[in-house]
Design a protein around this ligand. Structure first.
Ligand SMILES: Cc1cc2nc3c(=O)[nH]c(=O)nc-3n(C[C@H](O)[C@H](O)[C@H](O)COP(=O)(O)OP(=O)(O)OC[C@H]3O[C@@H](n4cnc5c(N)ncnc54)[C@H](O)[C@@H]3O)c2cc1C
Length: 396
């Protein structure tokens, strides 16, 4: 049975996370929005010191709710906070027990501090199977060559203290079956940051182009088997591992979206309350004002997305297959945050457009959740295929 009731300990973790969001995230959110590429070193040190409070680690409902809380504070800053991140989730989803020990437990010990995941390339995004980056075995090493773009945590993981999970093909002629992922550690010769992106939102987050030129890594740094195997007509092992990674990361992105959406929703409700405008719950819809209907729609969207996120996350924590649930949660939450923040700006009028408040920033920040870890359209496609029982080739 699914039970989302939180224990007193879990409740305390979330209360602490909310306090951090109020005291540590919100006060510096605008500054780092306006000073893109400036590093919030003091904030990072503080968050690193807090890792023992469950701030950064773990999968499951409480960890996801914690992420929601920190993104209520600021999503960009959450994306520079040290932790295993998307790279860590990839190791968790696809690595062996030994690799978990080698790459994940070290996060508790001091280094690495950031885990990035590099899948996207100039000619490969939604179509993950079009990967051009190559991994060639040479003795007891792999040699990586290629270019990865839009890597979140890229600069920190490559240049400061981190790991980058790199998707590459070991055999282009094998198509999806040739896709494999590799762990590249910070400081490995041949891996370098080429540039940082200037973005619409989440500007505190370092989004980097990372280039691999004859980058040599130990043979054991491949996640999963080096063999190129087709499992059946439609699935291949390498591709399946990529999708297993997304099953772990999509609910996390849904939680991020919820945090930004709730920030905007809270702002609207507090402003209306200050103006003496009451939301009269329980009245028939035809008796409600348009503002009341709008706020209730925003809340319904937020709550539906939250239920989906919690279910997908809970299933992940129970090691149950959750592909459809994680795509549903991600698609719904990405859309919900986009709609909620846009509606909030609309309802608040000039207050929503002014840089005096963070609301306009949340509209810019929220949109990313409808883009990375599979766009809204791609996640809808995944859900549609599963519901209708179509293969990738039957429904494109
Ligand atoms: C700030 C930021 C951070 C990111 N971080 C990371 C990261 O850490 N690691 C990483 O690997 N990538 C990252 N990405 C990349 C992101 O995951 C990709 O941009 C995304 O998957 C879309 O791929 P694409 O850019 O190639 O767009 P495209 O695939 O070219 O898509 C363009 C548009 O076409 C639509 N589309 C494509 N195919 C279909 C279809 N079959 N049916 C319907 N519509 C379709 C898409 O939904 C989208 O609207 C990041 C991107 C951004 C902006």
């Amino acid at each position: 049975m699914i039970d989302f009731e939180l224990s007193p300990e879990e409740q305390a973790i979330l209360e602490q996370a909310h306090e951090d969001a109020v005291k540590l995230y919100r006060p510096i959110a605008r500054y780092y929005d306006e000073h893109e590429h400036e590093s919030p070193d003091e904030f990072i040190d503080t968050m690193w010191a807090k890792r023992g409070e469950g701030a950064l680690f773990g999968l499951g409902v409480t960890a996801a709710l914690r992420i929601e809380e920190t993104c209520w504070g600021d999503a960009g800053l959450m994306l520079v906070s040290p932790g295993p991140g998307l790279g860590g989730a990839a190791v968790m989803a696809t690595g062996t027990a030994d690799q978990h020990k080698r790459f994940l437990t070290r996060f508790n010990e001091g280094e690495p501090k950031w885990g990035a995941m590099a899948m996207t390339e100039p000619s490969c995004g939604s179509d993950t199977a079009a990967i051009q980056t190559t991994a060639v075995q040479d003795g007891n090493e792999w040699v990586l060559n290629g270019e990865k773009i839009f890597v979140t945590w890229g600069k920190r993981a490559v240049e400061q203290a981190g790991i980058v999970i790199v998707w590459a093909t070991v055999d282009k002629s094998a198509g999806r079956a040739g896709m494999k992922s590799f762990v590249v550690e910070c400081g490995t010769p041949g891996m370098k940051v080429e540039k940082l992106e200037h973005k619409l939102g989440i500007k505190a987050s370092d989004t980097a182009t990372v280039v691999f030129e004859d980058c040599r890594i130990p043979f054991e740094n491949i996640l999963g088997s080096p063999e190129v195997r087709k499992l059946d007509k439609t699935k291949t092992e390498g591709f399946k591992k990529a999708m297993a990674t997304f099953d772990a990361t999509r609910p996390i992105v849904a939680a991020m979206a919820l945090g930004v959406g709730r920030a905007a929703l809270d702002f609207v409700k507090e402003t209306l309350e200050k103006d003496g405008i009451e939301i009269r719950y329980g009245l028939p819809r035809n008796k409600l004002t348009s503002i009341e209907r709008d706020v209730m729609d925003m809340e319904a969207n937020y709550k539906a997305a939250k239920m989906l996120m919690m279910r997908a996350t809970w299933m992940m924590s129970q090691l149950l297959p959750n592909s459809i649930e994680s795509s549903m949660a991600k698609a719904k939450a990405g859309l919900a945050v986009t709609k909620i923040t846009q509606k909030a700006v609309e309802l608040m009028g000039p207050l929503g457009y002014s840089r005096k408040y963070l609301l306009e920033k949340w509209m810019r920040d929220g949109k990313i959740n409808d883009l990375f870890e599979g766009t809204g359209q791609i996640n809808m496609l995944v859900v549609a295929r599963r519901v209708l029982g179509f293969s990738r080739d039957q429904l494109k």
